[in-house]
Design a binder for this molecule. Structure first.
Ligand code: SF4
Length: 91
């Protein structure tokens, strides 16, 4: 019987080429209570990094598949991922 599981390295290898590799995760994840302009500025900074990332598609797919509730992944904010998921459910 053939194994249904993939080696972990294969699942995660896209992260080796991530533009955010080694960066402080606080750019991508909001601190408790962050709102308004501070949130928008941090998310734009994260999106700018994602915009030059060679693995942004893989990151976006991973975030959707694993239902990441928080943070900017693949250039999308958590609010954008929620909206996209709702659009998909509506149609
Ligand atoms: S798309 Fe953004 S969050 Fe995802 S790996 Fe690239 S830089 Fe990091």
């Amino acid at each position: 019987m053939k194994s249904q599981t993939k080696p972990l390295l294969e699942i995660w290898k896209w992260q080796a080429d991530a533009a955010c590799r080694g960066m402080d995760s606080s750019v991508f994840f909001s601190p408790t209570g962050e709102r308004g302009a501070a949130r928008r500025r941090r998310e734009e900074a994260a999106r700018a990094i994602c915009g030059s990332c060679p693995v942004s598609s893989a990151c976006d797919l991973f975030a959707k598949a694993s239902r990441q509730a928080y943070g900017v992944w693949g250039g999308r904010t958590e609010a954008e991922r929620r909206e996209k998921a709702q659009d998909v459910r509506r149609h």
